[in-house]
Design a protein around this ligand. Structure first.
Ligand code: C2E
Ligand code: MG
Ligand code: MG
Length: 615
């Protein structure tokens, strides 16, 4: 066995070695015997290194803990066991402490000879001789693997439910309070859902508690599958919400869910509906199919209460109401939220049906070039006639389609239809009109637009340079780097980009320069009062100047009067769109419009057509 007695006086370089040398070999030998016994008895691992920090002795505990034999260790630096888990700053701080205080103590991860990483509590002392020269380092450590395992077991027991492995009541309360603070900062809502299994007591009585427990485990697993997990997951599911939800087992057959970062309180219903999917198929226990259903109460922070206890009261009341009404559904604490969520749900289901049965249509609004008077393109605007015959504005249903994730299939349909229609018009009339298609924020973020463009251009035959995508400023100000990358990917395909509703968002000049866009569209709200409000007139004026400086062209939206047109002409605006020229037209009327105002016959002077086209 390797022992310290093997060392010679010169090899050890222990601090008092010189003195021992003076007192004779016997004394020195006794000292080493003593030291050896201390080291061997020591349950901590001990490593001696020399002034160059090369290992010159280790004890048996070191060999046992690290897995390195004495022969493997001696002559090597202690870094043979380095785990790679700490950065340079960590080691710098360690060496600074040794330099200044001759001592360092802390937790560190190292690697055993087998390659396994393990945590240890380490103390290092730097030993100096009388002249202040470093002679040795002594490191002592103990393995913390078991202690850490115990700690995490303890953490598991205090914060997690032993049957399902889900967060328990304690952790749930901590997280909920944490989410309150985040919601205050982000000015958003937190949804709290309390789910109770309907008639679970009966199931327990009939099947016995052991089977009941297994059923609870299965329910927990299914519910976990039906919550939002991460951004990535959201993308895969075409779901648009960003943060993860927290599920916990609250009690017996009750589960709670924290829906973080809700843009609108009613969105909690989307989460609740997702959870009810967990009960669509039966659970299989011992070959027996068990159908379960659940009741869900919903309360929303901060609308219903600003305290944890208050919100719990609300959610319990909502759950009780739901159960009394027969269960198997969800209910908000507040009646107004119930109403609004029902309304939205109805619209959402109608939208789904409309998507499946060509219930949407596109209208096209002509865009005119002021210098030539020619129609240069058409903006596609989606139209939806509801089942009761009323028209709903896209400004209302597009946000809803975004929340429910339906914007992706809808947006795809819009892009495809617009490209196909305009390509057909061009071919039919021998024109080269461009088509402008609006993209919604979430579509831009999650819709894999470059790939979508590839597919649509290939399937419709529209040349890429005739497609112009309109995006708004607020869309591009989130996650600017990713947005710029997407914009470049779009540009690389030959498709152009326009900033819509310019002036209503951040209008950051710094960013504008970075965006590979070709056009700014001045928002209708500025054009509206151009003749009466000098501020609005100034905004139009400056926007045209700015755009031209940046090499962009300018389109003014919502031009309704000849006065507005004349002003825009005077400031050098390039193109206009608006009721003065034409309202958005159904496809069947577009060709008539083009024939009546045949682009090639419009010869430059706006006066030619400004008057008679006003509706
Ligand atoms: P936008 O892209 O700025 O579209 C212009 C809106 O102004 C259209 O309203 C159009 O009908 C209206 N408009 C055009 N000329 C005039 C005018 O002279 N006077 C007045 N008062 N209004 C005029 P619409 O069709 O209701 O669309 C509203 C918004 O909904 C659009 O604003 C756009 O942001 C969004 N939207 C419309 N279609 C789509 C679509 O296919 N996809 C997406 N993502 N959003 C769309
Ligand atoms: Mg637009
Ligand atoms: Mg606009």
């Amino acid at each position: 066995m390797a022992t310290i007695a093997d060392m010679t006086a010169t090899e050890t370089q222990l601090p008092d070695a010189p003195k021992q040398r003076d007192n004779g070999h016997r004394d020195m030998h006794n000292q080493f015997q003593l030291l050896r016994r201390v080291m061997e008895r020591c349950r901590q691992a001990v490593v001696f290194t020399d002034s160059e920090n090369i290992i010159c002795e280790v004890n048996d505990a070191y060999v046992a803990m690290s897995g390195f034999s004495r022969e493997e260790a001696i002559g090597k630096p202690p870094s043979i066991g380095k785990s790679g888990r700490h950065d340079a700053a960590f080691y710098k701080q360690m060496w600074d402490a040794l330099e200044q205080e001759n001592y360092w103590e802390g937790e560190i991860w190292d690697r055993r000879q087998s390659g396994e990483a393990y945590p240890k509590h380490l103390t290092i002392s730097r030993l100096l001789d009388e002249t202040g020269r470093v002679v040795n380092y002594v490191a002592m450590f103990e393995d913390l693997t078991e202690q850490k395992a115990l700690e995490s077991e303890l953490e598991r027991r205090t914060h997690y439910d032993s049957l399902t492995g889900l967060a328990n009541k304690v952790l749930f309360r901590n997280r909920l309070e944490h989410e309150f603070r985040i919601a205050d900062r982000r000015k958003c809502n937190v949804g709290l859902l309390l789910l109770n299994l309907d008639r679970f007591r009966k199931v327990n009585e009939n099947l016995g508690y052991v089977a009941g427990d297994r059923l609870i485990q299965m329910v927990a697993a299914r519910l976990t599958e039906n919550i939002r997990k991460t951004d990535l997951m959201a993308r895969e599911n075409n779901s648009m919400e960003r943060s993860a939800d927290t599920i916990s087992r609250y009690d017996g057959d009750e589960f709670t869910f924290i829906l973080a970062d809700l843009a609108a309180p009613e969105n909690a219903a989307i989460g609740a509906r997702r959870l009810t999917r967990a009960f669509e198929t039966p659970f299989l226990i011992d070959g027996q199919e068990i159908y379960l259903s659940a009741s869900i109460g919903i309360a929303v922070y901060p609308q219903n209460s600003k305290t944890l206890e208050g919100l719990m009261c609300c959610v319990e009341t909502a759950l009780d109401d739901m159960r009394q009404a027969g269960g198997n559904n969800f209910r908000f604490f507040s009646e107004a939220m119930n109403q609004s969520s029902n309304n939205r749900f109805q619209i959402e289901s109608e939208m789904r049906r409309a998507l499946a049965s060509s219930g949407f249509a596109l209208a096209y609004q002509p865009k005119i070039d002021l210098a030539s008077g020619k129609t240069t393109g058409l903006e596609a605007l989606v139209r939806w006639r509801r089942e009761n015959g009323s028209l709903m504005s896209p400004a209302e249903f597009i946000p809803l389609a975004e929340e429910t994730g339906m914007i992706l299939p809808l947006g795809e349909w819009i892009l495809e239809t617009a490209c196909r229609d305009v390509h057909a018009i061009n071919q039919h009339q021998g024109l080269e009109l461009s088509v402008a298609v609006n993209l919604s924020a979430r579509q831009f973020q999650y819709g894999q637009v470059p790939q979508l463009i590839d597919r649509v251009l290939a399937s419709t035959g529209l040349p890429a340079h005739l497609l112009d995508l309109e995006i708004t400023e607020s869309m591009v100000m989130q996650d600017v780097e990713t947005v710029i990358a997407t914009m470049h990917a779009i540009r690389e395909r030959g498709v152009t980009l326009a900033i819509d509703d310019f002036g209503t968002g951040y209008s950051s000049l710094a960013y504008l320069k970075l965006f590979p866009i070709g056009t700014l569209k001045i928002d209708r709200s500025f054009v509206k009062d151009i003749e009466t409000d000098p501020n609005d007139a100034n905004i139009c004026d400056v926007t045209v100047l700015l755009a031209h400086k940046l090499g962009l062209s300018v389109v003014a939206e919502g031009v309704e009067t000849a006065g507005q047109l004349n002003y825009l002409l005077s400031v050098g605006c390039d193109q206009i769109q608006g009721y003065l020229i034409s309202k958005p037209l159904p496809l069947t009327e577009v060709e008539d419009f083009l024939r009546a105002h045949k682009p090639s016959t419009l010869n430059g002077t706006v006066d030619l057509w400004s008057g008679d086209l006003a509706d």
